[in-house]
Design a protein around this ligand. Structure first.
Ligand code: FMN
Length: 170
């Protein structure tokens, strides 16, 4: 599968089979995160891989009761330890962690698995569940597992609406 095929196949999966994820597959998925780029190559990200069912249930409650978070056999919690702002004013840790999480999502497709980004969660509820220290930022949760649904085909803007060449022409 080439990169564009993985990009086209990825979708937000909200229903999962209970089957566990093979260790070798999970290993390659995490390796995709490890190899992601980061500002100044700081790699100030940490990934908590949650497989325990009881913990996933608690995470699903902390994620505004999104049931698929408990249903997925794995939930990856992407965190960053830095709140450094880059010269552009943007937070490097959050951006870096988000890039790594999308690496996870694309490698998951290659492995025949599916994911869903989860931004609807309460960090103050997630942190005590996983013993995450106060100073750490929880960036995203990502469910991971064998899909039990089909992509619904979410629309995207046409290219001219989102791209202009040489100057801002929107
Ligand atoms: C940062 C981010 C946060 C998201 N949070 C949630 C979420 O909490 N729950 C959910 O069901 N989907 C969530 N999504 C999935 C989006 O709804 C989805 O990506 C979008 O509708 C496009 O659909 P697709 O991923 O199937 O292409 C999130 C996506 C992103 C990128």
């Amino acid at each position: 599968m080439d990169v564009m095929q993985a990009i086209e196949k990825r979708y937000s999966c909200r229903s999962y089979h209970p089957d566990a994820i093979e260790e070798d597959k999970l290993g390659r998925i995490l390796e995709a995160a490890r190899l992601a780029p980061s500002a100044r190559n700081q790699q100030e990200w940490r990934f908590v891989v949650v497989r325990d069912e009881h913990t996933r249930r608690k995470l699903s409650v902390a994620a505004a009761n999104q049931d698929f978070v408990a249903q997925a056999p794995v939930v990856i919690v992407g965190c960053t330890m830095t709140d450094r702002l880059m010269r552009c004013g943007q937070p490097s840790g959050v951006i870096d962690t988000a890039i790594a999480m999308e690496h996870i999502a694309l490698q998951a497709v290659e492995e025949g698995l599916a994911t869903c980004w989860v931004g609807a969660f309460y960090p103050d509820k997630v942190k005590p569940i996983l013993n995450i220290p106060d100073e750490v930022t929880v960036v995203e949760l990502m469910s991971l597992g064998y899909p039990a649904d089909e992509p619904v085909g979410t629309p995207r803007c046409d290219m001219p609406k989102i791209v202009s060449f040489d100057s801002w022409q929107f």
